[in-house]
Design a binder for this molecule. Sequence first.
Ligand code: NDP
Length: 391
Amino acid sequence: MSRRHTTARRERGGSVRAMSTTGPDASPRTPLRSSYDLVVAGVKTPAADGATFDVAEPATGARLTTVAQAGKADLDAALSAASDEFETGAWRRTNATARGKVLYRVAELLRERAEDFAVAEARNGGHPIGNARWEANAAADVFEFFAGATNKHYGQVIPVQDDGLDVALREPVGVCGLIVPWNFPLLITTWKVAHALACGNPVVVKPASLTPITALMLADVLLDAGVPPACVSVLPGPGSTLGNRLVADARVNKISFTGDSSTGAQIMRTCADNITRVSLELGGKSACIVFDDADLEAAIAATPMSVFDNTGQDCCARSRFIVHRSVYDDFVAGFVAGTQRLVVGDPLDEATQLGPMISEGQRRTSLEYLEVASAEGARRLCGGDATGTGW
Ligand code: NDP
């Protein structure tokens, strides 16, 4: 996650309860659709081979919905349509201001449907509903930003020594393969899709298998706003096969990936074979440093959520503290007290600040790390066991 996002979320910190009192009534545990199709070049369709997979609700562990699982034929159809569209140039030749207006409409529709997106993100991603509402509106902000950016990508005139003219033009890159993780499914999809479309590129999105719902919902918004159908494909399916094929396909001109560092390294190697452009956003290990002259009260107030927001599943979550010895005891006491006050619960409960971990596997991994830490001499000052009825 980017530094800009960290700051915005920090500013929001502490407003979780305030949002809950001014937002809509508590969202019911409304069912999402019982099944979801793929979106292949703007068309909702089952997988060509009929494959599906179940998606779980992290808060309960129960099946949430069933999603079509894209295979080779679906990927092929999406990429052929996207590369044909790019060749003919309908979207990239649409004048930049008009493209911006379409993206502005995306932002408007996202705001109109923000509560649907929030409930879906809370149920599929386990995000507390107050956070999920903020994320849905932040997704609209991203499209608004790029709506304004479409006609502000200027070229350059470069001075040359001899008589002559050296001009650098910015052109769309082509088909963009966008691979998204499960921790911020809507926002990270938005960060990748909005830029690509703003610059005139078709997108093929591969959401995380654990959290495909809001990316599929976003496809509806894009199409309703007027993005050409061939520019919009969302293909849920396994990263190890579908994701790998997407990265390796020569029709893809750019890969953007967020996720595990070892997956990123493998993707970079594959991209090298086709000389495909690639952007990677991988794991992080962020330190929080508290100096002896720090405003201790402010540090204590800010730090619990800097660690535990999104149940700690955030690549810029603070994962260690370096504290000056003169304020160490006071800081630790305040941090522990603040952490104990955090409300763990059902993501749809307006009071909840920490929802479930994304999956049983992640919960097990986290508990194992606690065991490792204890074995290496760490002292537990609070928590340490799985909480609640979910994962
Ligand atoms: P992965 O890297 O496995 O998954 C991220 C995305 O990549 C998913 O859509 C996944 O699909 C897809 N994918 C997996 N393998 C391939 C492949 N070979 N080729 C193409 N796409 C692939 O991350 P995890 O979800 O397993 O998370 C593991 C760790 O990664 C976390 O614990 C965290 O440290 C880090 N991470 C960092 C994030 C960040 O924001 N920087 C976000 C999420 C994770 P599928 O879901 O089907 O496996």
